[in-house]
Design a protein around this ligand. Structure first.
Ligand code: CMP
Length: 143
């Protein structure tokens, strides 16, 4: 079954939105198989955002994601990578559709509350960057 990496960023933690955000994915019927409340190191941040290295906002991105704790998660379900991104909404809250997390709770791009893998390759890479295989819990979901 497909898995994706999702992370409530420091703004979501500060604004006490972890519960509200987790609830969106539970309501959709996805299965939580890994979760970690953690502080990201500079080295992990640089690896996670490697594709943005050299962009004008890269330093701010690294500074921000390491500025406080994050809530990292692995979710499982059919088409979870694409569907989770629909639930999150567009990167820029100005373009996020009403009812999405970013539209409902955020107002600018560098404080958009949540990260979600954008492809199967990113999901694989990001899950292994943040989680050991022993931290991914396989279990049966009753419904
Ligand atoms: P995220 O999904 O975590 O991936 C990279 C992040 O960079 C993105 O969310 C935004 O928060 C941020 N980002 C992307 N483009 C810009 C930009 N043009 N200016 C500032 N931040 C950006």
């Amino acid at each position: 079954m497909e898995k994706t990496f999702l992370m409530v960023k420091p703004d979501g933690v500060q604004r006490q939105l972890i519960g509200a955000i987790v609830h969106r994915f539970e309501e959709k019927g996805f299965k939580l198989v890994g979760a970690k409340f953690m502080q990201i190191s500079r080295s992990l941040a640089e690896q996670h955002y490697a594709e943005h290295q050299g962009k004008p906002f890269f330093e701010d991105l690294v500074q921000f994601i390491t500025s406080g704790p994050v809530f990292a998660m692995v979710w499982e379900g059919r088409d979870v990578i694409r569907l989770a991104r629909k639930i999150m909404g567009a990167t820029n809250p100005l373009e996020a559709a009403p009812g999405t997390i970013r539209s409902d709770y955020s107002s600018f791009m560098s404080r958009n509350l949540i990260h979600g893998s954008d492809s199967p390759e990113s999901a694989e890479r990001e899950i292994h960057l943040f989680f050991n295989s022993s931290e991914i819990i396989e279990y049966k979901k009753a419904i």
